[in-house]
Design a protein around this ligand. Structure first.
Ligand SMILES: *[C@@H]1O[C@H](CO)[C@@H](O)[C@H](O)[C@H]1NC(C)=O
Ligand SMILES: *[C@@H]1O[C@H](CO)[C@@H](O)[C@H](O)[C@H]1NC(C)=O
Ligand SMILES: *[C@@H]1O[C@H](CO)[C@@H](O)[C@H](O)[C@H]1NC(C)=O
Ligand SMILES: *[C@@H]1O[C@H](CO)[C@@H](O)[C@H](O)[C@H]1NC(C)=O
Ligand SMILES: *[C@@H]1O[C@H](CO)[C@@H](O)[C@H](O)[C@H]1NC(C)=O
Length: 890
C-alpha cells in the first residue's frame, strides 16, 4: 500500500508538471503596444475596491484613505475624490496593539456598495477598527456617521473578505474580531437585528472568503421560495484528515428571508448550509482545492445561469490554475436534496465526519421557507420546529459535492496563478452564444479565453499592469466594452478586444475571437459589436479558425518586395522573423525549399535565421513562413511573414585556413549584419539578446571547413524542421522571452523543492503505512516480533470494534486522501475503497462504541496525524465547539 501510494503520487506530480493538459495563449500583447488608459494618484495605493454604476457612467474606486469617482469611458478622467483618513486616537490605539503605522494603521476602503440613488455605503479598515459611512453621490462627501464596521469590513487590510448589498441589507463574510480568528457570515439590516453564523468550526473553519452574490428565484417559481445569497470561500477541511491543513473550496448558502430561530439559533442563520466545490482533472487525479474568485453569469432563464470559478492548488508549486463552471441548477439541487454529514467520535481525541443516514427532520433543515411550509403555518424561520433547527445547527455540511459542468475544468493553464475572473456572454456572427472568460493573474496579466464546444482556448494574453503585481479586482462593462482592473498601484482600463491589431484576414480569423471579424472592404479586422449590423453580412469570421474562408491572398509578395540583404563573404547574416502566434511554428525556405538546420544555419531568438559565414551558394531568396495547426478546423494554415534576398557584396576572396577564424574573432569578417523586418516595422527586440555569444562563434569557426567547400551545403532533400516552440513546458506561457526567463527559473526551482518535499511526505506516509500493516499483523514474522516487543501481549485480546476504532485512527489519512483525489466525481452512493473504509462508512448510528477503548499512549497512535486535529471531543457526546462564542465582543 505504501509503495503503491508513493508511486501514484509521484507519478501524478510528474505527469502534471510535464504532460498535463494546459492551454497556451495564442497571442501575447505587450503593454507598450496597446495604449491602455490608467489612473493613479501619487502617494495613494491599494486601488482594490471597484464599483461600476453604469447609469451614472461612473467607476468608483476605493483606495487607501481615498475614494474616487472616475469616468467609466475613460478612467484617466477623475470627476471626484473624497478623502477618509483616521483620527489620531484610533491610530494610537492601533499602534499600541502592535500594528505598523505605515501599513496597518491606515484606512483601507474595502466596501463600496450602492445604498440608494443618492448614496453609497462605504466601509474602511480604519486602523484596525472598521468603520462605515455614507457617501453622498451629489456632492461626494462623507456623512461622518462613523458606524461600527465590525463584521462588515475586515480589520486587517490584507485579509480576504466579501460583501454584497441586497435590497439595502449588507451581507458579508469576514472576521469579526481584531485577531481575525472569528469568521462570520452575517447580514446587517436597518430594520432587523443582526443575523450571523454560529461560532463553530463545523460552520466555518478558517475561511478565506472570495465572493458572495444573490441569486433571484425569478418571479414565477412554483414553490414560492426565497432569493438566496451564495458565498464562495476556501476553508480548512473538517471532513478529510490530512497531514496539516487540507483546504477545501466551498459554496454556502443562506436565504434572504431568514430571520433566525425563536429559541434555538436565535439571531443565527437557520438556513446556513455548505457544500464542497469540486474542480479536478480526473484523468490525472489532480485536485484544485483553492477557490480564488467567482463570477456568476446570470441569464434571463435561471436554468442557464452559470457560476464560473478560478482555482489554484494548495500545492501551488505545481503552478496550475483552472477555471471550472457550475450549473446553478446543480448547486441548488445539492442544497435542496443533498445528504448531510454528521460528526462522529471514534475516540476521545478523535472525531470524523461521515454521512448522516438517519431520518432528517421535516421541514428539511436549512431549506428556505416555501409555499408548502406556509401551508403548515410556517411563514417565517421563527416558526421552524426546534428539531429542524437543532439539526441544521449540528449538520451545516452536505456530503454531496457540487460537480462542475462536464465533470472537468473548462480551462487549465500552467505557470500562472489566476486571481480574478469575469465572464461575458456574446453572440458571434454564426448566431451562436459564446462565453468569453477574462482571468487576471498574480503577475498583472489578463487572459482572454473563449468557450468552444465545452472547452476553452486562450485567445490572447495582455500585460495589463506596469509591474508584475496581482490584479486585485476585475470588472467588466458591456456598455463600454471595457475591463477595469484594480491593483495596488492603480486602475487600468482595457478594451475587451484588440481586433484592429490583427493585420490580415488570416490573422484575424485564426485568432478565433468572437468579437473580431475581417471586413474585406476596408480591409481591416473590426470589432463586430462596434460595426453596424447591416454590414455584418460581408464580415468574415470563423470561430473554428478556418482561415480558408478568407479571400485568397493576392499572389503574395513579389520578389521585388523582399528586403535585400548584402553581406561580405564569410560574415554572418541574421534574418529576423516575427511570429504573431504562440501556437504557430516558423518554417524557413530558401529558393523555395525548406532550410535545414545544418552547420551554418541556426534558428536564433524565437524565429530568426542566422546564416553563419555566408558562402556564395547561400545566396538566394529566403522566406519565413508561419505554420499553424488549428485543431478545431483540422487544418494547417501557412502564410508568409518575411522575405529576404541575400547577396554577397564582394568578389570571393581566398578562404581562411581552418583555425584562423578564432584569432580574427570580432574583426570585420565575423561582424554580423542585422536586418529588420521589411514591412515598415522595426521590431528587433526578440533578436538583440539572441546573438550568438563569442564562445559559440569561435567553436563554429574552428570546426567549419573552408567556406568554399560546397559539400557542406545542406542537401535539399533533407527535411529537418525546426521544432515547434510550445512543446517545451518551460516556455509555454509567458508573453515574451524577456518576461519569461525569471518566472521560468523560479518555477524550475519550485518544482524540485516540491518534489523533494512530496517525496519526504510520502516516504513518511509509507513508513506510517508499514507500521500500521505491521501493527495490524498483515506483515510476516520479524515485524510481528517487533510488534509483540513494543506492545506486549495484551493488545491481541482487543475486541474487533476497538480494532476498528484504531483502524480509523491509523488508516484515515491515506484512504481519505485517495478518496479525495481518485474519486472526486463520486456522487452520493459510496463505493468503498477498501474493507476498512467500508467498515466505517455505515453511518454514524452503527459507529462502534469506543468509549472504553483508549489507545495506549505508547501505541502508534502517537505518531498518527490525528494528533494534529483541532478537535477535542468526547466520544459519547457530539457537541459543536463554541470557542468563546458568548464572550462579549470588543
Ligand atoms: C498596498 O499597496 C502597497 C504598495 O503597493 C503594498 O506594498 C501593500 O502590500 C498593499 N497593502 C495591501 C493590504 O494590499
Ligand atoms: C443546467 O442543468 C439544467 C437541468 O439539468 C439544464 O436544463 C440546463 O440546461 C443546464 N444549464 C447549463 C448552462 O448547462
Ligand atoms: C503561484 O503562487 C505560488 C504561491 O503563492 C507561488 O509559489 C508560485 O510561484 C506562483 N506561480 C506563479 C507562476 O506566479
Ligand atoms: C538559390 O538560387 C541561386 C540562384 O538560382 C543559387 O545561386 C543559390 O545557390 C541557391 N541557394 C541555395 C541555398 O540553394
Ligand atoms: C500540419 O503540419 C504539421 C507540422 O508540419 C504536420 O506534422 C501535419 O501532418 C500537418 N497536418 C496536415 C493535416 O496537413
Amino acid at each position: 500500500m505504501g509503495f503503491g501510494m508513493l508511486g501514484v503520487f509521484l507519478g501524478l506530480l510528474l505527469e502534471v508538471s510535464t504532460h498535463g493538459p494546459h492551454a497556451v495563449a495564442r497571442t501575447s500583447w505587450k503593454r507598450q503596444d496597446l495604449h491602455l488608459m490608467e489612473f493613479s494618484e501619487p502617494g495613494i495605493f491599494n486601488y482594490s475596491t471597484l464599483l461600476l454604476i453604469e447609469e451614472r457612467d461612473a467607476l468608483y474606486v476605493g483606495a487607501r484613505e481615498a475614494i474616487f469617482e472616475l469616468s467609466k469611458k475613460n478612467v484617466t478622467v477623475r470627476n471626484n475624490k473624497a478623502q477618509w483618513t483616521v483620527a489620531e486616537t484610533p491610530v494610537r490605539m492601533c499602534l499600541l496593539k502592535g500594528k505598523s503605522k505605515e501599513k496597518d494603521c491606515l484606512n483601507y476602503i474595502r466596501v463600496l456598495q450602492v445604498l440608494d440613488d443618492e448614496r453609497l455605503y462605504v466601509c474602511g479598515t480604519h486602523a484596525f477598527q472598521p468603520q462605515c459611512d455614507y457617501l453622498s453621490l451629489s456632492d461626494f462627501t462623507l456623512a461622518g456617521r462613523a458606524e461600527d464596521g465590525r463584521g462588515k469590513c475586515s480589520f486587517d487590510p490584507s485579509q480576504s473578505f466579501t460583501t454584497v448589498m441586497v435590497d439595502g441589507e449588507l451581507y458579508s463574510g469576514t472576521a469579526y474580531n481584531f485577531l481575525g480568528s472569528e469568521p462570520i457570515i452575517s447580514r446587517y439590516s436597518p430594520s432587523q437585528p443582526l443575523l450571523r453564523t454560529e461560532y463553530s468550526t463545523s460552520w466555518l473553519n478558517e475561511p478565506s472568503f472570495v465572493f458572495a452574490d444573490v441569486i433571484g428565484e425569478g418571479e414565477n417559481t412554483a414553490d414560492g421560495e426565497d432569493d438566496k445569497i451564495y458565498y464562495f470561500f476556501t476553508e480548512v477541511s473538517v471532513e478529510y484528515e490530512f497531514f496539516g491543513k487540507l483546504l477545501i473550496p466551498r459554496v454556502a448558502r443562506v436565504c434572504k428571508g431568514d430571520r433566525g430561530g425563536q429559541r434555538t439559533l436565535q439571531k443565527k442563520w437557520t438556513s446556513f448550509l455548505k457544500a464542497k466545490l469540486v474542480c479536478s482533472m480526473p484523468e490525472i487525479n489532480f485536485v484544485f482545492n483553492v477557490v480564488q474568485d467567482v463570477f456568476v453569469l446570470k441569464a434571463a432563464d435561471p436554468k442557464e445561469t452559470v457560476v464560473y470559478a478560478v482555482f489554484t492548488s494548495q500545492w501551488s508549486n505545481v503552478g496550475l490554475s483552472a477555471v471550472c463552471a457550475y450549473n446553478m441548477t446543480t448547486i441548488e439541487d445539492v442544497f435542496s436534496k443533498g445528504k448531510y454529514m454528521q460528526k462522529a467520535t471514534v475516540d476521545y481525541s478523535h472525531t470524523k465526519w461521515v454521512r448522516y443516514n438517519g431520518i432528517t427532520p421535516t421541514p428539511r433543515p436549512g431549506a428556505c421557507i416555501n409555499n408548502h411550509m406556509r401551508q403548515q403555518s410556517i411563514s417565517s424561520s421563527l416558526h421552524l420546529p426546534d428539531k429542524t433547527l437543532q439539526f441544521v445547527k449540528d449538520h451545516p455540511l452536505l456530503e454531496d459535492p457540487v460537480l462542475p459542468i462536464g465533470s472537468r475544468p473548462r480551462l487549465v493553464t500552467k505557470e500562472v496563478n489566476y486571481t480574478q475572473i469575469v465572464v461575458e456572454r456574446v453572440r458571434a456572427l454564426d448566431k451562436k452564444i459564446y462565453d468569453v472568460i477574462f482571468t487576471g493573474t498574480e503577475k498583472g496579466v489578463l487572459h482572454k479565453s473563449v468557450m468552444f464546444e465545452g472547452e476553452a482556448y486562450i485567445v490572447e494574453e495582455i500585460q495589463l499592469l506596469k509591474t508584475s503585481e496581482p490584479i486585485k479586482n476585475l470588472l467588466l462593462s458591456s456598455q463600454t466594452r471595457s475591463l477595469y482592473a484594480g491593483s495596488d498601484s492603480g486602475v487600468v482600463q482595457s478594451p475587451t478586444a484588440f481586433c484592429h491589431k490583427y493585420p490580415s484576414c488570416m490573422e484575424c480569423v485564426l485568432a478565433r475571437d468572437p468579437y473580431c471579424a475581417w471586413d474585406p472592404q476596408t480591409p481591416a479586422c473590426v470589432n463586430i459589436f462596434s460595426t453596424p449590423s447591416k454590414r455584418h453580412g460581408r464580415l468574415i469570421q470563423s470561430l473554428q479558425g478556418d482561415a480558408d474562408t478568407c479571400p485568397p491572398v493576392v499572389s503574395g509578395r513579389s520578389l521585388q518586395d523582399y528586403q535585400r540583404v548584402t553581406v561580405k563573404l564569410g560574415s554572418s547574416a541574421e534574418l529576423p522573423c516575427l511570429l504573431h502566434s504562440n501556437l504557430a511554428q516558423v518554417v524557413w525556405k530558401c529558393n523555395g525549399s525548406l532550410v535545414t538546420e545544418a552547420s551554418r544555419f541556426h534558428l536564433i531568438g524565437e524565429n530568426g535565421l542566422l546564416i553563419y559565414s555566408v558562402a556564395p551558394e547561400d545566396q538566394g531568396h529566403y522566406e519565413c513562413w508561419s505554420l499553424e495547426w488549428v485543431p478545431a478546423a483540422r487544418k494547417n494554415f501557412t502564410h508568409l511573414l518575411a522575405g529576404y534576398v541575400l547577396t554577397l557584396d564582394l568578389p570571393p576572396r581566398p578562404p581562411f585556413p581552418a583555425g584562423h577564424g578564432a584569432t580574427t574573432l570580432g574583426g570585420p569578417e565575423t561582424s554580423s549584419t542585422r536586418v529588420t523586418e521589411g514591412n515598415g516595422k522595426t521590431e528587433r527586440a526578440p533578436l538583440t539578446s539572441a546573438v550568438a555569444p563569442p564562445s559559440f562563434t569561435a567553436t563554429v569557426l574552428l570546426t567549419s571547413p573552408p567556406q568554399t567547400d560546397s559539400s557542406l551545403t545542406p542537401s535539399p532533400s533533407s527535411t529537418v524542421r525546426f521544432p515547434p516552440r510550445h512543446h517545451l513546458p518551460s516556455s509555454s506561457n509567458a508573453p515574451r522571452p524577456e518576461n519569461r526567463a525569471p518566472a521560468a527559473e523560479y518555477l524550475q526551482y519550485n518544482n524540485s523543492t516540491a518534489l523533494l518535499f512530496l517525496f519526504l511526505l510520502f516516504f513518511l506516509l509509507f513508513l506510517a503505512a508499514l507500521a500500521y500493516n505491521c501493527y495490524m499483523q498483515y506483515l510476516p514474522a520479524p515485524c510481528l516480533r517487533l510488534r509483540a516487543f513494543l506492545l506486549g501481549n495484551h493488545k491481541s485480546t482487543h475486541q474487533p470494534e476497538y480494532r476498528a476504532c484504531e483502524a480509523g485512527l491509523m488508516e484515515q489519512p491515506a484512504a481519505e486522501k485517495l478518496d479525495l483525489t481518485a474519486h472526486p466525481t463520486q456522487n452520493g452512493s459510496q463505493v468503498p475503497q477498501n474493507p476498512l473504509r467500508a467498515l466505517r462508512d455505515t453511518g454514524y448510528e452503527t459507529e462502534p462504541e469506543c468509549g472504553n477503548g483508549r489507545v495506549p499512549s505508547h501505541s502508534f497512535g502517537d505518531e498518527s496525524p490525528s494528533q494534529e486535529k483541532p478537535f477535542d471531543v468526547e466520544c459519547t457526546s457530539q457537541p459543536i465547539q463554541y470557542a468563546d462564542a458568548d464572550e462579549p465582543y470588543c
